[in-house]
Design a protein around this ligand. Structure first.
Ligand SMILES: *Cc1c(COP(=O)(O)O)cnc(C)c1O
Length: 402
C-alpha cells in the first residue's frame, strides 16, 4: 500500500526523535495535515456536502491520512478513481461513504459490494457488471449514474443517457442496484470559463430531469470540484467533490485562503567554490558568471523535481532565493548560492508553504505543468514527516443545550 512508506518512516525512531537531525542528512517531505484540516473547513463552509477526493494516494500525501483528516473537519464522504484505492481505505479501517468512479466494466466489482463502496456507472456495461456482482453476492450495490457534461473524457455521452437511465431503473426494479446519485464533471472549472460551465450545468440539470422521468430518485446530485466550490456557486447542487483544494492547490488561482500541505527540504551534502566561466552539471547548461559557491542537494527528478524546471527554478537558502545551476539530474541538483556562507548540513527549502520559499505553484510555473502533477509525483525516496492536524473542534451543541 502506498501509505506503508509514510507509516514506516513516520514511525522511524530517528524522524520521531529528532526531525531536525534527519533534515540535515536526508531530503524530507513534510505532510501538513494541519493545512489539510484548515482547507477542508474552508471548503466545507462553501459546499452543501463535501466529498473528499483522495485518489492517487491522497494527491501523493497519503490517502488514509488525508481521508481521516478531511472526515474529521467537515467532509462527509470520500471519492477515489479506482476500487483498489477504495479497498485500501477500507482495509485501513476507514468506514465513511466511499465512491469509486473509474473502474473498467470488466473489473470484478465484488469488492465494491463486499466493502460497501458506491460505484459510478457511465455505461450499460458498467451497470451490468455492478448488478451482476450484487446479484451474485445477494446484495444491493449503490451506484451514481455518471453523465459526461462536456469533457468528452469520462462519463456517459448524452446521446446514450436516456437508455442508461431506463436500464438503471430496470435494474433497480430487479433489486440488485440502487441509484443514489447522479454525477457530472466540469471540463473548464479551473479557468472559471463562464460559457462552458453554464453549458455543462444545463446538460447536468437536463440529465437529472431525464433520470427522474425514468423513475429514478437520486438523492445526491454532484457536479463541481475544488474550482467550482471556490468560484462557481451555481454548480453546488447536493454535494461537491474536492481533491486539489484539500491539499492546498487553488485551481482558480484566486483564493489565497488555502494552505499548502507539502513542504520539501534537502540538506547540502557538498559545497565548492569556483571561478567565473565554470560549466555545471551534464552538458554544462549553466556557466558561472562570476566566482561563486555551488551547493549540492541530494534530490532530483527521481524524487519528483521536474527536469523541465532546469534553468528557471529557485530554492530558499539561508532565507534567500537562489537559482538551480544546470540541469536537474536523477538524484541531485546544484544551487548557485553566490556569496552565502553555506555549509554541508545546512537545510534548504526546495518547496515551501509560506514566506519567501518557492511554492508548488512556482515549481509548476517553472516546469510548465500543474501543481497536481508535481505533488502526485513526489518520490518514495523522500523521508516523510507527517504533521498531525489539531484535534477537531467538538460538534456544536444542539440549541436546547445552550
Ligand atoms: C479528480 C476529480 C475530482 C476532484 O477534482 P479537484 O479539482 O481535484 O477538486 C472530482 N471529480 C472527478 C471525477 C475527478 O476525477
Amino acid at each position: 500500500m502506498p501509505s506503508t512508506s509514510s507509516d514506516v518512516l513516520l514511525h522511524d525512531p530517528r524522524v520521531a526523535a529528532d526531525p531536525v537531525a534527519v533534515a540535515r542528512t536526508r531530503p524530507v517531505l513534510t505532510v501538513r495535515l494541519d493545512a489539510v484540516a484548515h482547507n477542508t473547513r474552508v471548503l466545507a463552509a462553501s459546499a452543501r456536502r463535501l466529498m473528499a477526493v483522495v485518489k492517487a494516494d491522497g494527491f501523493g500525501l497519503g490517502a488514509v491520512d488525508v481521508a481521516r483528516t478531511a472526515l474529521d473537519n467537515g467532509a462527509q464522504s470520500l471519492g477515489v478513481a479506482t476500487l483498489a484505492e477504495a479497498v485500501e481505505l477500507r482495509l485501513a479501517g476507514v468506514r465513511a461513504p466511499l465512491l469509486s468512479w473509474l473502474d473498467a466494466p470488466g473489473a470484478d466489482l465484488s469488492d465494491a459490494v463486499l466493502h460497501g463502496v458506491d460505484v459510478a456507472v457511465p455505461s450499460a456495461e458498467h451497470l451490468k457488471a455492478a448488478a451482476w456482482a450484487a446479484r451474485r453476492l445477494d446484495r444491493v450495490v449503490d451506484v451514481h449514474l455518471y453523465l459526461d457534461c462536456g469533457t468528452a473524457r469520462d462519463g456517459c455521452p448524452p446521446a446514450l443517457w436516456p437508455d442508461l437511465c431506463a436500464a438503471a431503473r430496470r435494474a433497480e426494479r430487479a433489486g440488485s442496484v440502487r441509484v443514489v446519485g447522479v454525477m457530472g464533471h466540469l471540463a473548464c472549472a479551473a479557468g472559471l470559463h463562464a460559457e462552458a460551465n453554464a453549458a455543462a450545468t444545463r446538460r447536468f440539470v437536463r440529465g437529472v430531469e431525464h433520470a427522474r422521468a425514468a423513475g429514478l430518485r437520486p438523492a445526491l446530485r454532484h457536479l463541481g470540484s475544488t474550482a467550482a466550490v471556490l468560484g462557481l456557486p451555481a454548480t453546488a447542487f447536493d454535494m461537491s467533490r474536492v481533491g486539489a483544494g484539500l491539499v492546498g492547490i487553488d485551481t482558480t488561482g484566486r483564493h489565497p485562503v488555502l494552505r499548502g500541505a507539502a513542504q520539501v527540504t534537502a540538506p547540502v551534502v557538498q559545497v565548492r567554490d569556483v571561478g567565473a566561466g565554470v560549466g555545471v552539471g551534464y552538458d554544462h547548461t549553466y556557466r558561472t558568471a562570476a566566482p561563486t559557491r555551488l551547493a549540492l542537494l541530494p534530490l532530483g527528478y527521481a524524487d519528483g523535481l521536474p527536469v523541465s524546471a532546469s534553468g528557471r527554478a529557485e530554492v530558499l537558502v539561508h532565507g534567500r532565493r537562489r537559482p538551480l545551476a544546470g540541469r536537474v539530474s536523477m538524484d541531485q541538483v546544484v544551487v548557485d548560492v553566490g556569496d552565502l556562507p553555506v555549509q554541508p548540513g545546512d537545510v534548504v527549502t526546495v518547496i515551501g508553504t509560506d514566506g519567501p520559499a518557492p511554492t508548488l505553484t512556482d515549481w509548476a510555473g517553472w516546469a510548465g505543468t500543474l501543481p497536481h502533477e508535481l505533488l502526485t509525483g513526489l518520490g518514495r525516496r523522500l523521508v516523510r514527516r507527517v504533521v498531525p492536524a489539531p484535534p477537531s473542534p467538538p460538534p456544536a451543541l444542539p440549541e436546547e443545550h445552550l
